[in-house]
Design a protein around this ligand. Structure first.
Ligand code: CAA
Length: 380
């Protein structure tokens, strides 16, 4: 058992940290205020290989392991959680469905431009009436000759505002339940596919998160990923992997907030002493760092388990459950340590506290994480 990152991982971590400081942090406040993701930054994420980290070089990816991807999520989210979710949905949800279930021809056509070009992906699973109950899909895909005709609506589709490639799920046979869901990959410009309004949110306000309507969208059979009826499994597998990235994102948000609070308490004086010299403050900081480190270890364990080709679903769920919980605790404490300034928009910790909340909700709520973990324990 070795708890140290390798030299390569440390080098990558440093590169991600520098990129975040130079390119992301200066934009984070403005993107949050305007609720618009900076598309020049998106281009840079593509250009510097951050949109294809765990994918094979054969298709233009970086060929790195999943732990490297988690390090990226952590470092970039410490500067801006909206960047974290933009990368997560593209990489671990959209690309992973194509990588895991696409044919070589589908990978060539769809994966290559996502991991080595400038194309961005999104993932349409959630519907107005199918959130945690992902099997309750209403969107239908009915076979008509050599194409499926898709009708329905998705909601909260992250990246939809600017995505080029839509991985989405629809019922091909409602009578079969979870075995009647299929996965499709669709070009944004397909007639009948309409991206609706960006949904205003409490946090990760710079991310794009939209309704998507499918109105008689004709999709060739060759755009189906995997076999007919395999869609639920494809979505679940993508989400298992995605949840490790969200754990990394939550760790990053928490560490980012603690770093900001530490900078502040070293400067701020009250009662003629720096706040950092009060033992009450020191103990609070010690608790915060301990929570972060525990969550980080869970996230790294899940990533390494995945890299080793072992069953990682329950570990991913534990990492997300715990990291998202402590991200909320730590960001709230960071605001408290900084008092009125922490609550003000002059400092980034109030944004980080707002951003942390969603990590307990998306890519599976904390309650769903507990279903996955307890399910794996076979106690009932
Ligand atoms: N991997 C592979 N197969 C899986 C699986 C997994 N992780 N989980 C379940 N399955 C299979 C089961 O083995 C089962 O197959 P069999 O019938 O052959 O045994 C089948 O799928 C059905 O499984 P369940 O009976 O457990 O399914 P369920 O309907 O009870 O749902 C659930 C289980 C865990 C609650 C699941 O619905 C779930 O994860 N819900 C949350 C959905 C979610 O995370 N949504 C997030 C939306 S995307 C998002 O947030 C992205 C964004 O834009 C930010």
């Amino acid at each position: 058992m070795d708890f140290k990152l390798s030299k390569t991982h440390l080098l990558q971590q440093e590169l991600f940290r520098r990129f975040a400081a130079a390119e992301i942090a200066p934009l984070a406040e403005e993107m949050d205020e305007t609720e618009v993701y900076n598309l020049d930054l998106l281009k840079k994420l593509h250009k510097y290989g951050m949109m294809g980290i765990p994918y094979s070089k054969e298709y233009g990816g970086a060929g790195a392991d999943y732990l490297t991807y988690v390090l990226c999520m952590e470092e970039l989210s410490a500067a801006d959680a909206s960047t974290g979710i933009t990368i997560s949905v593209h990489t671990s949800l959209a690309c992973s469905c194509i990588d895991g279930f696409g044919t070589p021809a589908q990978k060539e056509k769809w994966l290559r431009p996502l991991v080595s070009g400038l194309k961005t992906g999104c993932f349409g699973l959630t519907e107005p009436n199918a959130g945690s109950d992902a099997a309750g899909q209403q969107t239908k895909a009915l076979l008509d000759g050599d194409a499926y005709v898709i009708n329905g609506a998705k909601i909260f589709t992250t990246n939809a505002g600017f995505a080029d490639t839509f991985v989405m799920f629809a019922m091909t046979d409602k009578s079969l339940g979870t075995k009647g869901i299929s996965a499709f990959v669709i070009d944004r410009n397909t007639p009948g596919l309409t991206v609706g309004k960006n949904i205003h949110r409490m946090g990760i306000r710079a991310a794009s998160n939209c309704e998507v309507a499918y109105d008689n969208v004709r999709v060739p059979v060759e755009n189906r990923l995997g076999k007919e009826g395999e869609g639920f499994k494809i979505a679940m597998k993508a989400l298992d992997a995605g949840r490790i990235g969200i754990a990394g994102q939550a760790v990053g948000i928490a560490q980012g907030a603690l770093n900001e609070a530490i900078k502040y308490i070293k400067e701020r004086k009250q009662f003629n002493k720096r706040i950092s010299s009060f033992q009450n403050t020191q103990f609070r900081v010690a608790d915060m760092q301990t929570l972060i480190d525990a969550a980080r270890l869970l996230a790294y364990r899940a990533a390494v388990t995945k890299d080793n080709g072992e069953n990682y679903g329950p570990q991913a769920a534990m990492a997300k459950l715990y990291a998202s919980r402590i991200a909320n605790d730590v960001t709230r404490d960071a605001v408290q340590l900084m008092g009125g300034y922490g609550y003000s928009r002059e400092y980034p910790v109030e944004r980080m506290m707002r951003d942390a909340k969603i990590t307990e909700i998306y890519e599976g709520t904390s309650e769903v994480m507990k279903m996955v973990i307890s399910g794996s324990m076979k106690i009932s």
